[in-house]
Design a binder for this molecule. Structure first.
Ligand SMILES: Cc1cc2nc3c(=O)[nH]c(=O)nc-3n(C[C@H](O)[C@H](O)[C@H](O)COP(=O)(O)OP(=O)(O)OC[C@H]3O[C@@H](n4cnc5c(N)ncnc54)[C@H](O)[C@@H]3O)c2cc1C
Length: 389
């Protein structure tokens, strides 16, 4: 594999860097888990979209830049390098968008993708239910066809950004007599439809990061079904592949954290603080792992560009990045010592950065996008060929 960037790719990087440096907000935006921050992030998305940077690998007609996935990786590197805001519509642009490209009709592509690219419509993912988390095949919510509408009943939970999102994509049982992963259908639901109630769930910090969504005879147009009736499981597995394998967490995110960790280590040593030599090795290990993840992703993308697909190896990626993220944040807190527990607003918090907040979020990495235990089951069965329990 040739890891040299072409002159076109180098020019693309230069253009992306110049635009981001000129446009990224000087001050960090409020958290997108607050109403104020959610709207600030949407405004930022509008700006990205107007500049043609909202979703670089999408076709121009759908609000993209018409670039390829290698250029997307380059863009992500530049995006994290300048510390640009998190992507409030990540469930849409990174997960549902590619799924609509693969399974959507032309009408659905034209209806949903441009408004997703501009974040005029922000999406939530409605897969988990109170009794269907890891065991997603246990989904109970039903969608029964009545004329040209589905009548939906049931409950979804843990929908990130659900408190303020406009639409939700989810799986529903369209055949009430079906079992497990059969008889499920992937449906796109407007969250303002009559019969849908959104109840925000606060995180420990008081911000509504999630929502539970109740469907009481909610009516959704049948034309919002994505993919074939009863075959939602296959469609959802494509979405999960994008989530775990590539789009949700690009390597640039972890390379950026590794670079910050290295800088923190250098600064701590320069201040004359005693640092156990084993920590130097641990920092170097994290930095190398972030690089290894990046190289592995370049290889995956090259394979995709030659017509390949993301398979069960997405589970390996997901375990790798989520565990690396925790390790990096734990190390940073160790380097900071007792100061690591200070909130950024504390008077003595200069230089402490956002490691504590990052650590708390990193702890969720092995849970969201399918728990790491479940990923290990997938690896055991589908990559190693071990017998099912
Ligand atoms: C930050 C965050 C964001 C999220 N965002 C969303 C979202 O936007 N949309 C959405 O639908 N969901 C979302 N979720 C929910 C997430 O997908 C679920 O929490 C996850 O799938 C686990 O389901 P559960 O919580 O019901 O735990 P359970 O499935 O009850 O699992 C409990 C424990 O048992 C283990 N376990 C379960 N089954 C097995 C098995 N077969 N083998 C070995 N171990 C097993 C699990 O690994 C876990 O440790 C989010 C979660 C978090 C933390």
């Amino acid at each position: 594999m040739d890891l040299t960037f072409t002159s076109d790719q180098q020019a693309f990087r230069k253009e992306a860097r110049a635009w981001l440096e000129a446009n990224v907000p000087a001050e960090p935006l409020a958290s997108f888990d607050s109403k104020e921050g959610f709207e600030q992030h949407r405004e930022w998305e509008t700006k990205l979209h107007a500049g043609g940077w909202a979703m670089v690998p999408w076709p121009k007609e759908y609000g993209g830049r018409g670039a390829d996935l290698l250029e997307w990786l380059i863009f992500e590197e530049e995006y994290y390098r300048v510390g640009a805001p998190g992507r409030v519509n990540q469930n849409g642009i990174f997960l549902l968008g590619p799924t609509i490209m693969e399974y959507g009709t032309d009408e659905q592509k034209a209806r949903f993708l441009p408004k997703m690219a501009s974040s005029e419509e922000v999406w939530a993912q409605g897969w988990s239910e109170p009794n269907a988390g890891s065991d997603m095949a246990n989904i109970q919510a039903t969608a029964i066809l009545d004329g040209d509408e589905y009548v939906i009943n049931g409950q979804k939970t843990w929908a990130s950004r659900g408190a303020y999102a406009h639409w939700l994509f989810g799986m529903f049982r369209t055949d009430p007599d079906s079992k497990r992963h059969h008889g499920l259908t992937f449906i796109l639901c407007p969250l303002d439809a009559p019969g849908i109630t959104v109840r925000p769930i606060d995180k420990l910090n008081g911000k509504p990061a999630f929502a539970e969504v109740f469907f009481d005879n909610a009516r959704v147009k049948a034309e919002h079904r994505l993919g074939p009736v009863g075959e939602g499981w296959g469609v959802a597995m494509a979405t999960a592949g994008f989530e775990r394998g590539l789009m949700l967490r690009s390597p640039a995110r972890f390379q950026h954290t590794a670079a910050k960790l290295k800088a923190l280590y250098v600064e701590t040593v320069a201040q004359g603080v005693f640092v156990d030599p084993s920590m130097r090795d641990a920092v170097a290990r994290c930095w190398m792992d972030a690089e290894a993840y990046a190289l592995n992703t370049y290889q995956t993308v090259s394979r995709l560009l030659s017509g390949g697909k993301i398979g069960a190896e997405a589970s390996l990626n997901k375990i790798f990045w989520s565990e690396l993220d925790i390790r990096m944040h734990e190390l940073a807190l160790d380097l900071l010592g007792e100061r690591g527990e200070l909130l950024p607003s504390a008077p003595a918090a200069k230089g402490v950065g956002d490691w504590l907040e990052g650590y708390i979020f990193a702890l969720a990495g092995p849970i969201y996008a399918g728990t790491n235990e479940v990923q290990r089951n997938i690896i055991a069965e589908r990559i190693l060929g071990l017998p099912r329990k």
